[in-house]
Design a binder for this molecule. Structure first.
Ligand code: SF4
Length: 89
């Protein structure tokens, strides 16, 4: 079965915290913008030349922390009781 990212994200649940667990300095001006390609949940987008990041729907893989060569992505896990819940079985 071949399903898209939105359907895949629909298989997990989130308890969204008001406090961001990932802070992104969107003032970056690098050419490569690797963060757009690292995130398996597609949480980074480019709007009018600026990086936008939506932490809701983050599956907490931590990849984005390593995507930015300039260290503009500050990844932390959400506070206890918040974040992604995976369903098994
Ligand atoms: S931790 Fe993973 S899923 Fe969450 S925003 Fe970063 S790359 Fe995307």
């Amino acid at each position: 079965m071949n399903i898209g990212i939105e359907e895949r994200l629909g298989l997990v649940s989130f308890e969204v915290d008001k406090e961001r667990h990932i802070k992104v300095d969107t003032g970056c001006e690098c050419d490569k913008k690797a963060c757009l390609y690292f995130c398996p949940a597609n949480r980074f987008t480019l709007e009018e030349g600026k990086i936008k990041h939506d932490y809701e729907g983050c599956i907490e893989c931590g990849s984005c922390k390593f995507s930015c060569p300039k260290g503009m992505v500050d990844f932390n896990y959400p506070r206890g009781g918040y974040g992604v819940y995976y369903k098994y079985g």
